[in-house]
Design a protein around this ligand. Structure first.
Ligand SMILES: NC(=O)C1=CN([C@@H]2O[C@H](COP(=O)(O)OP(=O)(O)OC[C@H]3O[C@@H](n4cnc5c(N)ncnc54)[C@H](OP(=O)(O)O)[C@@H]3O)[C@@H](O)[C@H]2O)C=CC1
Ligand SMILES: CC(=O)[C@@H](O)[C@H](O)COP(=O)(O)O
Ligand SMILES: [Mn+2]
Length: 417
């Protein structure tokens, strides 16, 4: 089979970390639409061994993993006759899925810093990364992009905003993203950093504004159910709460900094409640390129998995006459102070974003478990960040230590210890 450029199409093995989650399930939907392009090499889940069992029976990966050993046994017993994949569990299992030999690309779609070491393992194994797990770049942007550069591995954005930016830029620079990202610390003069400093004026990240964009004025009393009611996207619980606090956008600012090598002063956040424009790039001549689409993560997932090709599909299209308006407003930093804190943590650099991210993970979980109120998420994260002793140019070990220490602190402030 040949692609539209006349090149031979090579069928690509896809491994998924977090196959039972929102991104993982949508990725399997994408894979199922292109049997001549993709096959599934390995799948990792957390607790949901039943859904993993169904996925494995359908896609027949050579390796599967769940979080707990007892669930691995249940999974093994539930698989169809004659199908015997390697079965792993725990952290070792995530690493095994990440490094599974047959994969060409690893989609990282677990939630939180749990995705960091498996992503590192995948990069070390020379796999391209389709990156949904933004927390990896927030906590460890510098060592991870450097490792990807050293290994010649692409980090392909899946997050909708970053996919949009990538699509706006890729007409200019269709080579390795990882090489461009690390061009920042010297080396690749033709990289995105070079392009950015010459041609990109600002990156404009759009934000839906979440469920509390307009009201209530005082957010301290909002319930878990209210915060989980995202206006435009069906996502996992952690990222949905992050969208409600606007921390998701803060994490995405740091993610954009590392993916595209752009200084924080050139990253803008613009509230766009319809989530039709997924982000924009403003060039130095004032020209603005935007990527538009219905809010459907299968498109950015497909774009990353299909790279370097854009594949056709039959997903729903925008009906222009249904769009009543595309509107924009500035983010309200006083009601959503985590967004400013994330900019500040990103600017501070070193281990600060890891501390911010770890504290946020603990605080969001505490909110979801109804241990703290919505506004306390900011209270806890800001205290951890204020007290954090920043280490500059950290290696992975120092980042993991900062992550652990910040979790401990955050648990204390949340009254969990
Ligand atoms: N959902 C979305 O639309 C978007 C998500 N993202 C990012 O993608 C990532 C995933 O988000 P989302 O899919 O919404 O999250 P979900 O909560 O829906 O899914 C998380 C997945 O990770 C698995 N998992 C969690 N912890 C572990 C662990 N310790 N070991 C193994 N597996 C684990 C879960 O397994 P199980 O369910 O079996 O326990 C599940 O498969 C996040 O980083 C998020 O920020 C980015 C942009 C959009
Ligand atoms: C789909 C996706 O990429 C999410 O990160 C989404 O952007 C969340 O919406 P917010 O703009 O409300 O954070
Ligand atoms: Mn996003």
């Amino acid at each position: 089979m040949h692609n539209f450029l006349g090149g031979v199409v090579v069928i690509k093995g896809v491994s998924i970390l977090g196959s039972t989650g929102s991104i993982g399930c949508q990725a399997l939907d994408v894979v199922s639409r292109y049997p001549e392009r993709f096959f599934v090499t390995a799948l990792a889940a957390g607790k949901n061994w039943r859904l993993l069992s169904e996925q494995a029976a359908r896609f027949r990966p050579e390796l599967v993993s769940v979080a707990a050993e007892k669930d691995a046994r249940l999974l093994e017993d539930s698989l169809p006759e004659g199908y015997k994949p390697e079965i792993h569990w725990g952290e070792e299992g995530l690493m095994a899925v990440a490094a599974c030999a047959g994969a060409g690309v690893v989609l990282t779609a677990v939630t939180g810093t749990a995705g960091l070491l498996p992503t590192v393992a995948a990069i070390k194994a020379g796999k391209d990364i389709a990156l949904a797990n933004k927390e990896t770049l927030v906590a460890a942007g510098e060592p991870v992009t450097k490792l990807a550069f050293d290994k010649g591995v692409n980090i392909l954005p899946v997050d909708s905003e970053h996919s949009a930016i990538w699509q706006c830029l890729s007409g200019r620079i269709p080579v390795s993203l990882a090489r461009r990202a690390t061009g920042q610390s010297g080396g690749d003069a033709g990289g995105l950093t070079g392009i950015c400093s010459r041609e990109v004026g600002n990156i404009i990240l759009t934000a839906s504004g979440g469920p509390f964009r307009r009201e209530p004025e005082d957010l301290s009393g909002v319930t878990v159910e209210m915060a989980l009611a995202h206006p435009n996207w069906q996502m996992g619980k952690k990222i949905t709460i992050d969208s409600a606090t606007l921390m998701n956008k803060g994490l995405e600012v740091i993610e954009a900094h590392w993916l595209f090598g752009v200084e924080y002063s050139r990253i803008r956040v613009l509230v766009h409640p319809q989530s039709i424009i997924h982000s924009m790039v403003e060039f130095v001549d004032g020209s603005v390129l935007a990527q538009l689409g219905l809010p459907d993560m299968r498109l950015p997932i497909q774009y990353a998995l299909g790279y370097p090709e854009r594949l056709s599909n039959d997903l729903p299209r925008i009906n222009w006459f249904d769009l009543r308006a595309l509107t924009f407003q500035a983010p309200d930093y006083s009601r959503f102070p985590l967004l400013r804190l994330a900019f500040q943590a990103g600017e501070a650099g070193g281990t600060m974003p890891a501390a911010l991210n770890a504290a946020n993970e603990v605080a969001v979980e505490a909110f979801l478990n109804r241990k703290i109120n919505f506004s306390s998420i900011y209270g806890i994260v800001s205290r951890v960040v204020e007290n954090h002793r920043l280490i500059s140019g950290p290696d992975l070990e120092e980042i993991l230590a900062a992550d652990l220490e910040s979790r401990r602190e955050a648990r204390k402030y949340a009254g969990l210890t």
